[in-house]
Design a protein. Structure first.
Ligand code: AMP
Length: 404
């Protein structure tokens, strides 16, 4: 149990969260990261704005067929990624770690991951903690921390998320974590954060995640207050591309918001946090979940009418577009008022937002889910076409992203 535990103890006094919080007071008060690590009851919440951004408790957990094997996909043996700020333990500490890793290996319970046979670089692999050099902490969630890590044999850089089983049990989120792992490990898209694999020991679960070098989009948004339209349009195009991919796989994310989006080293957007996502082949769910500011009107309906489809992610995309351009969510208010305003579609787009962007927002924030723009229509909307070069839609435009 040595190195991560020791590192965690050593870091106990350091607020890792600080690295991820903007000094901007509004941002700090406003933000309440909703992830599986923040699925806590509303009664524990702080400020009104923070409450609205908290994930709502899951009302009904759908039963998923649980696959026994997980797929991890392409992990190249060389990486062109240059990590300039990687902070690895000293040589002596690394030497000690290697020893402790060896003894730790015997107590870990590795899970065999089946890798797809489409590239000869891949082979079945037992992941375990000793394989990784652990670097600096990247952030902290409610149930654990995320560290920069490097595969000792290949040099592959990734993020290692460490979740404590006891905390998952106490908070009754084991199913949610299992679902997150099942769903995310089967996804491979440039704008969806990759989950390469996972393993566990007696106390902890380790998720091997793609490293998102520029961190949380939320942090960038708070710093900028609002994004310039070209950048916002490129982000929305990337979101549309990712959501199209997810919906094709019958996955609804259900918790789209800036806190759940990370940025890659080149500023490309990566949807993460599949804690509330669901694989719904029949495309219809009636589970109350998500984050109040981003909830669609159909989720507030009672009874048999309370059905919703992947169109919920389209509503959230409208809320996201608004928040990117205005700096706050369109229905932000007291909790009761937010709900009331959502079911009425009561929002105003400020005059400084361009006519094209306003057109996209109002065509996504439509009360009737069937009447919302489709993701294809989002991709070919004049606002997107204006700001995204053909062929680069859905991916990052280097010139803009690198200015951040
Ligand atoms: P989470 O527990 O998933 O909410 O993660 C806590 C924090 O760690 C996030 O807010 C990010 O700042 C950071 N983080 C999580 N995953 C990654 C990743 N794959 N790459 C870089 N930073 C990450």
């Amino acid at each position: 149990m040595a190195d991560i535990q020791a590192l965690e103890q050593r870091l106990e006094g350091i607020s890792v969260q600080d690295e991820n919080q903007d000094a901007n007071a509004h941002g700090a008060a406003h933000k309440s990261k909703g992830s599986l690590s923040h699925a806590i009851s509303l009664s524990n919440l702080g400020s009104q704005a923070a409450q609205n951004r908290m994930k709502l408790p899951l009302q009904k957990i759908p039963t998923n067929a649980q696959s026994k094997t997980l797929q991890a996909t392409s992990q190249t043996t060389s990486t062109t990624t240059t990590i300039t700020k990687i902070t690895l333990p000293s040589q002596a500490a690394q030497h000690q770690q290697r020893h402790s890793a060896e003894s730790r290996d015997s107590e870990a319970e590795p899970i065999t991951l089946l890798l797809p046979a489409d590239t000869k670089l891949l082979k079945p692999k037992n992941f375990h903690l000793g394989m990784f050099e652990i670097g600096k902490p990247l952030g902290k969630g409610k149930f654990g921390r995320v560290y920069l890590a490097r595969d000792r044999s290949t040099g592959f850089v990734c993020a290692l998320k460490v979740l404590h089983k006891s905390e998952l049990q106490q908070n009754k989120v084991e199913k949610q974590v299992r679902r997150e792992i099942e769903i995310q490990s089967n996804l491979a898209h440039p704008n969806v954060l990759r989950l390469y694999g996972h393993f566990h020991d007696t106390k902890r679960i380790f998720l091997i995640l793609e490293f998102a070098g520029k961190g949380e989009l939320y942090k960038h948004l708070r710093k900028a207050q609002k994004f310039p339209e070209p950048l916002a349009a490129q982000y929305i195009a990337q979101m549309a591309s990712a959501l199209k991919y997810l919906h094709k796989k019958h996955v609804m994310h259900r918790d789209i918001k800036p806190e759940n989006i990370l940025l890659g080293l080149h500023g490309e957007l990566k949807i993460s946090d599949f804690g509330w996502s669901v694989h719904a082949p029949n495309n219809r769910r009636n589970t109350m979940c998500g984050t109040l500011d981003y909830l669609p009107p159909e989720m507030f309906k009672q009874g048999p009418e309370n059905w919703y489809t992947e169109a919920i992610d389209l509503w959230s995309l409208g809320v996201l577009t608004y928040e990117f351009l205005v700096g706050e969510a369109p229905f932000e208010d007291t909790m009761a008022m937010t709900q009331r305003r959502i079911v009425r579609g009561d929002m105003t787009v400020p005059a400084f937002v361009s006519a094209d962007a306003k057109d996209l927002i109002t065509k996504l924030l439509v009360l009737d889910p069937a009447k919302r723009l489709s993701l294809e229509e989002v991709e070919s909307h004049p606002w997107i076409l204006k700001h995204c070069v053909k062929g680069e839609r859905g991916t990052h435009q280097k010139s803009l992203g690198d200015k951040r």
